[in-house]
Design a protein. Sequence first.
Length: 266
Amino acid sequence: MVGPRLHPSSAETLRARGLWYIDGAGNAYLRHQGGLLIDVRGRRSAVSAQPGTLGDGLHSDGPRNPFTPKRAQVVCVLLDAPQLVDAPLRAIAASAGVSVGMAKETMDTLRTTGFFEHLGSRRRLVRTDELLDLWAAAYPGGLGRANKLLVASGDIHTWSAPDGLAVAVSGEQALPDEIRNPESLMLYVDTPAPGLPADLLIHNRWHRDPHGSIVIRKLFWRNLPDEQPGLAPTALIYADLLASREPRQVEVAHLMRRQDERLARL
């Protein structure tokens, strides 16, 4: 993986997966069975990323980067429901919450980077295991940052959603059988852009707090095949667990990667 700037959390994810990388600041990770190890961390680029780019993600914002925030939404729904890759662009766009033009642009980028191929008149995803690795590594500095509405403090165990508000749980509370006594709450909320979910905060007596344990993000997907009511897509739960950088959650993410049917089939 080569790019101008790599976010530290993305680099950590790539190292954990054994994937090689190098960025324009000189950060790099290469390990060879013959004993070669290059592991350079903490270097900063002399030139800041331009606004609107994925400077803290895997690549700059360009035609070969499938992980800018809006494109990452498309990749997310394709990872969760690979059969959508052969659906009409309008259906892909509706599922990912993006325009038809953005869906086409993302599909073109995935084709250019070798992540889907044509079989006659049909399309299919390829190298899906690698695509999940790279998408999850780019998530903290890309979609995960762009999609954040607010951080709050309050009771994370007895919360509820007001009537009429669509909410999906992610992170550690999406896996109650694997993680007991969770210490954080990750929610995706369907609110009119660019509005904030004030009714959710008032309903639960939460208050905004940049150091709080409640993270609320914008719900972007729609009507995914086999969608589990009240839960975020599986790939998104996996990415949120990794992005927490909390050892217990990261361990469960790796377990989920091996055992969850949707991730294991990629």
